[in-house]
Design a protein around this ligand. Structure first.
Ligand code: G3H
Ligand code: 13P
Ligand code: ZN
Length: 285
């Protein structure tokens, strides 16, 4: 089918009232697991490459893996840059063939975030690629900060209106109580804030740090307008947990395929479950 843009899949998600899963990948097994899950569930899907993934595998490998997967896939596939760090990196990804880029200026003062994001939107639009911006900061679960400090980083609905108007982003990542990594307790999402943001900006919203968020909370977020949901940690846990069990069960095994094959299967199951929760299963057209 080939790669499609984020705007293509999120436009349909907006109309259908569901969210599309964006799954982090950094090796062949994970790309295959994500595509196998999408095909099994008949779901559109977003493959995303983080900063760590680009460092680990390199852009050419990631692009080649995603293209190979998308060309053979019977479902729409987006190749997305996760938490892009600079204008230059976004351009490198456009050139490499990504069909969506995130520019994360959330650590910058508002006007600098607007300026950087608008610059990326201008160049991405020229080549028909969609852009995700971030306003408000999504921290890591390992960050030792108080609840009050965390809430001070939540997305402000008025600023969100200004940011979206000034930048023209296609999707907005919001900070409403999720964090990257493994949670210690149950995350509490600020649903009234999410509803207010959606009322003001009316573009697809993105939920980062979605691993470990209870299914019911995810579904409420989707009801309130989240259309892209990022998952990394839950896949890592399933994959590495299976590697650990396989190695422990067969200490004499020296064939990597006997260890990585079951890990790939475990990742498929986690991703299929997420797709059903997000509502994108059966939506591949
Ligand atoms: O941005 C979220 C990713 O889960 C971080 O991944 O360690 O591959 O950069 P990374
Ligand atoms: P988790 O690892 O917490 O699922 O977060 C993924 C993410 O937001 C990638 O951008
Ligand atoms: Zn993220």
């Amino acid at each position: 089918m080939g790669l499609v843009t984020l705007r293509d899949v999120l436009g349909a998600a907006e109309v259908g009232g569901y969210a599309v899963g964006a799954f982090n990948c950094h090796n062949m097994e994970l790309v295959q697991a994500i595509i196998a899950a999408a095909e099994a569930e008949r779901a559109p899907v977003i493959l995303q490459a983080s900063q760590g993934a680009i460092k680990y595998a390199g852009l050419p490998y990631i692009t080649a893996l995603a293209r190979t997967a998308a060309d053979a896939a019977r479902v729409p596939v987006v190749l997305h840059l996760d938490h892009g760090t600079s204008f230059e990196q976004a351009v490198a990804c456009l050139r490499a063939g990504f069909t969506s880029v995130m520019i994360d200026g959330s650590a910058l003062p508002l006007e600098e975030n607007v300026a950087l994001t608008a610059r990326v939107v201008a160049v991405a639009r020229a080549v028909g690629v969609s852009v995700e911006g971030e306003l408000g900061r999504i921290v890591g679960t390992e960050d030792e900060i108080s609840v009050a400090e965390r809430e001070a980083l939540f997305t402000d609905p008025d600023e969100a209106t200004y940011f979206v108007d000034r930048t023209g982003v296609d999707a907005l990542a919001v900070s409403v109580g999720t964090a990257h990594g493994r949670y210690r307790g149950t995350p509490q999402l600020d649903f009234p804030r999410l509803a207010l943001i959606k009322e003001r900006v009316r573009i697809p919203l993105v939920l980062h740090g979605s691993s470990g968020v209870p299914d019911e909370a995810i579904q409420e977020a989707v009801r309130l307008g989240v259309r892209k949901i990022n998952i990394d940690t839950d896949i890592r846990e399933a994959f590495v947990g299976t590697v650990r069990r396989e190695l422990a069960a067969r200490p004499e095994e020296i064939d990597p395929r006997k260890i990585l094959g079951p890990a790939r299967e475990a990742a498929v199951e986690v991703i299929r479950h997420k797709m059903r929760v997000f509502g994108c299963a059966g939506r591949a057209g």
